[in-house]
Structures are given as C-alpha cells and as structure tokens.
Design a protein around this ligand. Sequence first.
Ligand SMILES: Cc1cc2nc3c(=O)[nH]c(=O)nc-3n(C[C@H](O)[C@H](O)[C@H](O)COP(=O)(O)OP(=O)(O)OC[C@H]3O[C@@H](n4cnc5c(N)ncnc54)[C@H](O)[C@@H]3O)c2cc1C
Ligand SMILES: C=Cc1c2[nH]c(c1C)Cc1[nH]c(c(CCC(=O)O)c1C)Cc1[nH]c(c(C)c1CCC(=O)O)Cc1[nH]c(c(C)c1C=C)C2
Length: 476
Amino acid sequence: MQRTVVVAGGGISGLAACYHLAQSSSAPRIILLEGSSRLGGWLQSTRTEDGAVFEHGPRGIRPVGSVGKNTLNMLSELGLESEILPVPGDHSASKNRYLYVNKALHKLPSGISGLLRTIHPFSKPLIWCGLRDFTAQRGTQPDETVHEFVARRLGKEVADIAIDSLCRGVFAGDCQRLSLRSCFPMLYEAERKRRSVILGMVLAGGEKSHFDSALIRRAKKERWSQWSLRSGMEILPEALEEFLRGQGVQIHRDTPLRQLERTADNRWKITLPGGSIVADHLISAVPAKVLSQLLPRSEEPLAKELCQIEAVSVGVVNLQYDGMVLPVKGFGHLVPSFEDSILLGIVYDSVAFPDQNHRGAPSTRLTVMMGGAWFEEGIGNPDKVSQDQLLRRASEAVMSHLGICGAPTRAIVKLHKACIPQYTLGHWKRTENIFKYLKEQMLPLSVVGASYEGVSVNDCIFSARNAVEKLFQWPQ
Ligand SMILES: Cc1cc2nc3c(=O)[nH]c(=O)nc-3n(C[C@H](O)[C@H](O)[C@H](O)COP(=O)(O)OP(=O)(O)OC[C@H]3O[C@@H](n4cnc5c(N)ncnc54)[C@H](O)[C@@H]3O)c2cc1C
Ligand SMILES: C=Cc1c2[nH]c(c1C)Cc1[nH]c(c(CCC(=O)O)c1C)Cc1[nH]c(c(C)c1CCC(=O)O)Cc1[nH]c(c(C)c1C=C)C2
C-alpha cells in the first residue's frame, strides 16, 4: 500500500520537502498542511501595479557552496532562470557594505589595500587582527559565544563592531549570546583544522562540490555575490506550489496541526481543526517551539529540547522615495548594538535590484529592520506595538543615517513575530539530542527548517533535501 507522508508547514522548508519527496522514484502520497492562509512562510513580497517590488522577508540569496548550488538547481528545474536578478561581483552592492558608527557611515574594507590602512571606525589596520589570528591559542571549550571567539582570535574591537553587526545582519541576534559552533560552523571547523581561522576559511572556500549546471557555472563566472527574483522572492513558493499540484501533492491551507498522537502501529494520528488524519511519517517544517507543543506527553524529552530553541521578532519597514536620494551606493548598512540597539540596519534595495524599481521616474527603495534580540527591551511587547511606532522609528533612522528628509511615496510596515531562530550557546547539543532521540526512539518524524542547522533560504532547502534522502534510506 502507498505510504502517506505528511509535511507540516508550508514555508520554504516544507515546500522544499514536498518537492524532493515528489521527485523520488518511489514517491509516497504527500499531504502538505499549512496553518495560515498562504504558502511561503517568511518569503513575502508586495508587487505594486506600477512594477515595484518590496520584500518583507529574504531578498538576497547567496549562490556559493553546496547549499547555494542546490538552490540554483531547484530554480532551473522549476523554470525560474529568466526570473533571476543576479548581483555580479563588480557591482557596488557586492563591493560596498557600510557600518553606521559614531553617527556616520563607514565603508567596510574590501580587498588587500583596505586591510593595510587604518579605516574608521577601527583604530588600527585590520591586518593586525590577521597576525593575531596566527598566534592565537586554539579554543578548549565545546562551544563559545561568537563574541568570545572573535575577541579571542581577532581582538575585542573587531568583535564589538564588525561581528556584533554581522550577527545582527544575519540572525537579528546578539553575538554575546549566539553560539559560534552553530551560527558559523565553518569558523569553528577552521579553528580545529588549521592554526589560523582566516587561512582555514580561505582553504575551505576552494573545496569542490559535486553540484554542476550551466546556471552554477554562470554564477561562478560572473562572480555573483547574491541573487533575487524579478517578481519578488514569493514567486519561488508560487512556482513550487504549481509544480507540487502537478505532481498530485495535496495542499491544504488554513489547516494548522493541533495535536500529534502515536498509534499502536508506529504511525501518527494528526488532529486538525475539522477532524484527524493518519500518517506513516511526518516531516515537521514548523518552528521547533510549535512542534514541541504538538507532541504527545510520551515524547516529553524531545519536546523539552525543542522548546528551548527561541526565535526573535523583527520590524520590517519598506520605504520608497522619489529620485535617487541615497548619499552612498552599496548593499546597505548595519548598526552595531552599542550605537543603537533597536535599529539593526537598512538595506538599499534599489541599488542591488534596480530592475524592481517602479516604471517611470527614478526612485529609491529601502528596507529598515528593527528589534531582533532587542525587540522587547527597546520597542516593547510585539503583540502591542503599533505600525505607526515602527514607521516613525524607521523614518527617523533614514533621516539621521542617510539624510533623507522628504516623506516617502510608499511605506509598508510588517511585524514578523518570532521570525529568526536564535542558535544560542549549546545549540549544537540540543540539535544532537533531538536527532539522537528521533533515531533511537525510531519516531516516524523528521525535523527540517530554520530552527536547526542554518537560517538562510539555502540552508532550509538543503535541510529538506537531506531529510528526504535519509527518509528513503531508513529501514521501515
Ligand atoms: C526579515 C527577514 C529577512 C531575511 N533575509 C534573508 C536573506 O536575505 N537571505 C536568506 O537566505 N534568508 C533570509 N531570511 C531567513 C529565511 O527567510 C528564513 O529562515 C526561512 O524563510 C525560514 O523558512 P521555514 O520554512 O523554515 O520557516 P517559516 O517560513 O517560518 O515556515 C513555517 C510555516 O509553518 C506554518 N505553521 C506554523 N505553525 C503551524 C501549524 N501548527 N500547522 C501548520 N503550519 C504551521 C507557518 O504558517 C509557516 O508558513 C530572512 C528572514 C527574515 C524574517
Ligand atoms: C538587519 C537585519 C537583517 C538583514 N538581513 C537579515 C537580517 C536579520 C537576514 C539575513 N541576511 C542574510 C541572511 C542569509 C545568510 C546566509 O548564510 O546566506 C539572512 C538570514 C545575508 C546577509 N546580509 C548581510 C550579511 C553580511 C549577510 C551574510 C552573507 C553575506 O555576506 O552576504 C548584511 C546585511 N543584512 C541586512 C543589512 C541591512 C545588511 C547590511 C550590510 C539586513
């Protein structure tokens, strides 16, 4: 009899899991259950009638490594190649990233010459940090915070300014709480394998992956730093949905899982708003905390680990202005927490992706991101914060950081609650315990998504692919 696999959560991880299941030669009956009225999770775009695109979630996807190449292959297979908007290596959005420190923008150094000179806000040439890295002792702990690691190897100033900002620009998180081992596994490995982390990273970058295609070769030749999609990132879940429907996958929106029970024959009875269904296997692509609340009492040890994986909220404000009003050209700027803990950074979308500007007169599109690990202390309870409050804060930042004083011609405010999981100290042990429990207890359950082994869109898609591959290897 054909087995039934239920996928919980229709974000990019759940859709990718269905995609890989449907592609398998022995595809099971696949049912996707999404709690909300739309698919895509945090991939959310607004497309206006005049042709402008505003991203409320991810916009820039990196093409590098196995995870980046795997996503490019998926785009090719879905027929989305003509939608790709690459940012080539020589583009200003690839070369220029800024920090806002001491009330001024500072371009981060790029290239060797930038490392030899003293560049504000740093007090000495960054080459000194490289030399320090060669002499630093190897860490002895199984994990340490990102800040501790970088302060030990590259110095406190780099940790306080550059790494603090980087963690805000990727995890919206606090580098004094985030785990080096889980957030930057390549740095962790580099320290274990080589004397110098910088050398380890350079050598790891040259490692070969088995993925190859014309698109991958093009991305390499043109040195894409990242890519986006012309009609907005939301076109990816839309294309996946169309593909999955064509493959006979049953997709149910507005169908949140309420409860999970184990049956006597090691299957799941899944309680839904209007009844229940039985699955031979469940792929969970919902946040870890959500899964922890669905599990039966018998799986308490698993639920305990899952519920410790917290996520932070981010206020996302998209603004559009008439004319080209930016004082600098680049990807955007980040703000270290000591400068302003609430304001994480501003993306200059119209620089990286000018094809998404509206038709007609030139314009500037910006995205202001706020809150993250500092949301509650700096802005308040995410359930009570008003859109006006976020818009006011974003407009003030645009004025003081970029000198843009006029009123925006368009503003869209979103509050994404618990949108970026935080891999805090000891996350590696929690995930190890989770995967060990699933294996030892032979639970018919796989967990995928941003809660576990990488928050980027690439990581989510790759985690889904790995889970499906493992599923077909397991003795049933
Ligand atoms: C503002 C922002 C900017 C970002 N920028 C980038 C970027 O530039 N590049 C990049 O690579 N990544 C970026 N990311 C990260 C990336 O977008 C996310 O990590 C990724 O989209 C998470 O996908 P997911 O499917 O794992 O989870 P989600 O998108 O959270 O999907 C989970 C799904 O499960 C559903 N669900 C929840 N509970 C239930 C239930 N009980 N039953 C059924 N369904 C349920 C939800 O409705 C949701 O659709 C960004 C994220 C944010 C928030
Ligand atoms: C200011 C907040 C945020 C900005 N983007 C994100 C947040 C929380 C989320 C995010 N950004 C990136 C990723 C994927 C990481 C990956 O492994 O591919 C995620 C989840 C990409 C990214 N954005 C910036 C950096 C340095 C990176 C890492 C990869 C890379 O080097 O490209 C910089 C950056 N992000 C934001 C701004 C304003 C900014 C400025 C320079 C917004």
